[in-house]
Design a protein around this ligand. Structure first.
Ligand code: C2E
Ligand code: MG
Ligand code: MG
Length: 586
């Protein structure tokens, strides 16, 4: 294959040196480069503006710049062109030092042969090409071919300094596809990838030329808006993006619709270093998600306080395990056909030295986010097993125990071996243990979850889906998972009899479970009416303040020996009511 002639820019003020070099090249065999000669740095920079060169031979001693300055100015002007340094024998060490500035090779003048010089040129071109390829791989996303997180963060750092210097506004817009996992799982990864590429294209087309659009990972994108006139400009971008991205995507004959949630932060209004700005935008985006998705939110100080609080909690959690600040309470579950005590759900409490009792909703999410849920979850399992062992020899104790597990735990490779080890250590019968996972966990990565749940089944556990009805899973998924129990979310039970949809949803869930041969547990039963409805509609088990809140194991024993739970089931009397209230405040 005939290679095209190499365009060489020789930057050399010494005429004798230049002549010698030309002569060497002329004498050598093989194809020779086209040489353009510049006598000083400024001439070289001028030439570089309108001509494309393949390589630059650069003398270190130019009349208008030192070696370092020449190299860095040329690199700034043409970052993609390889540079070969020309040094005299007397300044070879200096030339080697300059190699660190990122030039591709160096030659010592006068001891060159044409072949050596040509080899050096070829080598420099090759090397630069590899370098550029590696930089591309490190800073671009290979799927969508737009910048990646590294690139974005690097540019953000520079942009923040610029905005600070020039007193200009900077906008950070974060964007996450809503329910992308669902698309991936139902339509396949191939389709999911296509969709991500299409989204990247639409975003790039929707913003101004200089704005940086990056894929931050997964289905998350970021846009950096420099030199905005006002905050409305960022809002306009956010609005435009939600609109253009909501248009249907026609991919491979299929059509799909998707919405996005957008978070915006503005520098310097929302002050902070680049890292904080990224967190702000992320936080605002999550806020947009929890506000119902398909919309945008500006970051505000309240979100900042929330970040600070979460950070504090994450720090304190570290200490809490060492200080044994956690405990488990047990909420009884009754059989709804005869009111017998059928099980108990282990619910964690944090006895914080300053804040007293901290409820799981105020720290489990943070522990999941920070990864500490793995240690906390292990503690829960061990403690619950210990209690279960105590109960195994107590005929009056609840025959089954339910333990809540976070999705993050399931994703740990050590989860199953640890679980098995604890089963053996405590000699617990897994048939007496129910593992509860939230419904939202099911729609994440269907195949993985399916395998994970099967592993739990193989260990002998019973599986329950917690908060059923809130996680948007489709019935088809349910059939594919080895699930034994559905727990109806308490938000639906709460609505029973209130004229809202809750009643219908409860009935629907009960009939689905019946069709799939699954057992049902009604959560959060607080009234006689709710209980009666669940009994009438064939719910198997019930749990809620109507019977008892979560209590210490010894208080559960008291409830059992006094027969309080069963009496409560078959009707109310004053004594039981009194008991229930007392217990609720332990
Ligand atoms: P969940 O698993 O759905 O647990 C039921 C929650 O409803 C408990 O709140 C319980 O106290 C509450 N509850 C029970 N009966 C009633 C009622 O009649 N009315 C009302 N309004 N609420 C009732 P809790 O203990 O605050 O736990 C909240 C959530 O925290 C749990 O929801 C569970 O998702 C999570 N959680 C609790 N313990 C653990 C744990 O050890 N590990 C993990 N990963 N998550 C846990
Ligand atoms: Mg639960
Ligand atoms: Mg629940």
């Amino acid at each position: 294959m005939a290679s095209k002639t190499v365009q060489l820019l020789l930057v050399e003020d010494d005429q004798a040196d230049a002549k010698f070099l030309r002569a060497c090249l002329a004498r050598s065999k093989g194809s020779k480069p086209d040489i353009t000669h510049a006598q000083c740095l400024n001439d070289a920079l001028a030439l570089l503006q309108d001509t494309r060169f393949d390589v630059i031979l650069l003398d270190l001693n130019l009349p208008d710049a030192t070696g370092e300055v020449s190299v860095s100015k040329i690199q700034d002007a043409c970052p993609k062109i390889p540079i070969v340094i020309l040094s005299g024998e007397d300044n070879e060490d200096y030339a080697i030092g300059i190699l660190n500035q990122g030039v591709q090779d160096y030659l010592v003048k006068w001891d060159g042969e044409g072949a050596t010089i040509l080899r050096s040129i070829r080598y420099a071109i090759e090397r630069k090409r590899t370098e550029l390829r590696l930089t591309f791989l490190a800073t671009y996303d290979s799927l969508t071919e737009i910048p990646n997180r590294n690139f974005f963060v690097e540019h953000l750092n520079k942009a923040v300094s610029r905005a600070q210097r020039n007193g200009t506004l900077l906008g950070l817009v974060f964007l996450d596809l809503d329910r992308f996992k669902g698309v991936n799982d139902t339509l396949g990864h191939y389709f999911g990838d296509k969709l991500l590429c299409a989204v990247a294209k639409r975003i790039s087309a929707a913003v101004r030329n200089g704005d940086i659009v990056a894929r931050m990972g997964g289905d998350e994108f970021a846009i950096l808006l420099e030199n905005m006139n006002d905050t409305q400009a960022a809002e306009a971008v956010a609005r435009k993006l939600t609109e253009v991205l909501a248009e249907p995507y026609e991919l491979d004959g299929g059509s799909v619709n998707i919405t996005v949630s957008v978070g915006i932060t503005i520098y310097p209004k929302d002050h902070g270093d680049p890292e904080t700005l990224v967190k702000n935008a992320d936080m605002a985006m999550y806020q947009a998600k929890s506000a119902g998705r398909n919309g945008y939110q500006f970051f505000n100080e309240k979100m900042h306080d929330e970040i600070v609080r979460q950070h504090e909690v994450a720090q304190e959690l570290r200490r809490a395990l060492d200080n044994r600040e956690f405990s488990l309470l047990y909420q009884p579950q009754l059989r709804l056909d005869d009111g017998r005590l059928d099980g108990a759900e282990a619910l964690i409490r944090w006895n914080h030295p300053q804040k007293n009792l901290v409820m799981p909703n105020d720290f489990i999410g943070i522990a999941e986010e920070s990864g500490q849920i793995v240690q906390v979850g292990n503690w829960v399992i061990e403690e619950a097993f210990r209690q279960s062992l105590v109960w195994q020899t107590d005929a009056a104790a609840p025959p089954r125990m339910a333990i809540n597990i976070s999705p993050r735990q399931i994703h740990q490779p050590s989860f199953y071996p640890d679980l098995k080890r604890l089963l053996i250590t405590y000699g617990v019968n897994p048939e007496h243990i129910e593992i509860e996972i939230t419904e939202s966990c099911l729609i994440e990565d269907v195949q993985f979850v399916q395998k994970s749940l099967q592993k739990l089944k193989d260990l002998g556990f019973t599986l329950a889906i917690d908060d059923f009805g809130t996680g948007h899973s489709c019935l088809d998924y349910l059939r594919r998972f080895p699930i034994d129990i559905l727990k109806i979310d308490r938000s639906f039970v709460k609505d029973i009899g209130s004229g809202k949809h809750g009643t219908a949803i409860c009935r629907a869930i009960l009939s689905i479970a019946d069709g799939l041969n699954m057992e049902t547990v009604g959560e959060g039963i607080e009234t006689e009416e709710q209980l009666q409805f669940l009994i009438d509609n064939g719910c198997h088990r019930g749990q809620g303040y109507y019977f008892s809140p979560a209590v210490k194991p010894e208080d559960l024993a008291t409830l059992i020996t006094h027969g309080t739970l069963n009496q409560r089931f078959s009707g109310s009397d004053d004594v039981n009511q009194l008991n229930r209230r007392q217990i609720r405040h332990v």
